[in-house]
Design a binder for this molecule. Structure first.
Ligand code: X6L
Ligand code: MG
Ligand code: MG
Length: 176
């Protein structure tokens, strides 16, 4: 099995049990015979951007190695999104799970279905702050070192490390 390709995936959720959606999606991907998760960032709670009248997200990023071509990987990610209840929805609106290919090797891909590197990743704190954890020396596709790129962002305070024990997403009844 040719585990030749390296990809970075962004993951987010802002509906229902956000933590369970994120961990379930990663578990599904880990079980795929041609995907190995190599490194995960922490989980962050992040203020919504784009369409701001929605609940806060949990976001993370992770690096995989895979034998899958980029479009085949996208098919797998969209299959997991569908399995976890994501349906056709408002653009930039709430979602149970979102899986985005941020980077795929060093390739530039410009298809109707898939643009890689993700065209707006360098301006999104909810992507770059977790990404710096797993790729601290990364130089972004625009040529900017990830550290410098983060320093230039204005909405960093909208991205906070999240711990499961912060409670709101835990479904166990009090005292159990
Ligand atoms: C002007 C216009 C400024 C549009 C920003 C930013 C649009 C991000 C879409 C934008 C603009 C997006 C997440 C999110 C979305 C997420 C958080 C998107 C797509 N996804 N906010 N908003 N986390 N915190 O995963 O990224 S919608
Ligand atoms: Mg997204
Ligand atoms: Mg997406």
């Amino acid at each position: 099995m040719g585990n030749l390709n390296s990809a970075v995936i962004g993951i987010g959720s802002n509906i229902g049990d956000r933590y369970r959606h994120i961990t379930s999606a990663m578990k599904e991907l880990e079980q795929h015979p041609e995907i190995t998760i190599e490194k995960k960032s922490s989980i962050y709670e992040t203020d919504p951007v784009g369409y701001t009248e929605q609940e806060a997200f949990l976001n993370a990023v992770f690096r995989i190695t895979t034998g899958l071509e980029a479009v085949a990987l996208l098919d797998v990610l969209q299959g997991v999104e569908h399995e976890l209840g994501r349906r056709r929805e408002i653009r930039w609106g709430p979602r149970t799970i979102d899986l985005d290919i941020l980077l795929y090797n060093d390739e530039n891909i410009e298809l109707e279905r898939l643009i890689v590197p993700h065209p707006r990743m360098h301006e999104r704190s909810f992507v770059l702050i977790p990404l710096k954890e797993i790729e601290p020396d990364l130089v972004l596709p625009g040529g900017c070192r990830i550290d410098d790129c983060i320093q230039d962002l204005s909405d960093k305070e909208g991205v906070r490390k999240w711990r499961k024990s912060s409670g709101a997403d835990e479904s166990a009844p009090f005292g159990s």
